[in-house]
Design a binder for this molecule. Sequence first.
Ligand code: E4P
Length: 217
Amino acid sequence: MKFFIDTANLDQIKDAQDMGILDGVTTNPSLMAKEGITGHDNIMKHYVDICNIVEGDVSAEVISTDVDGMIREGEALAELHDQIVIKLPMIKDGVKACKHFSSKGIKTNVTLVFSAGQALLAAKAGATYVSPFIGRLDDISTDGLNLISEIRHIYDNYGFDTQILAASVRHTMHVIDCAKIGADVMTGPLSSIEGLLKHPLTDMGLAKFLADYKKGN
Ligand code: E4P
């Protein structure tokens, strides 16, 4: 299972990278705005800064909603760095743009996916990643994890290569449940990754080992 971090915060990206478990980064316009990164040139520079920290794929989202605009933007993003993955919205023109980029061998991430049908379309268009948003489904009393199971089932039926990137992960149990289901990738905040570390028996056991070592020295 690949671990992506879902942020544009460079300190948090460095922190996860330093742990040695980071496989990539996802961003979106809201995450950029949250870090105060605004304006075309600043946003483009920030993508390069992120690529210089991590070794894996970095999703950069287009803001056009027509296919020509998406292709123009996507081409400019792809030229920034070879780690950039073009993030496209799950709308008809997004599917067309996905097909365009996948047939040229350029990596894509189809985002804002909330149904198995949308995930099937993304796979048909050759998406590298499909991003079902589990947290936002949970927010409206719909089982986000069930969507991951449905997509896993469909993709396995036909051997689609598109990787299931569980997005809108909000906490550590989402990460564990996605791993059980067989999501290829998860993207979440640093806290969802760091939560995996925590167990009181680990802390108590370590404290005792250190105390016992001191007794003998
Ligand atoms: C996915 O790539 C999105 O950036 C993200 O996971 C959305 O998460 P949110 O629902 O917590 O905003």
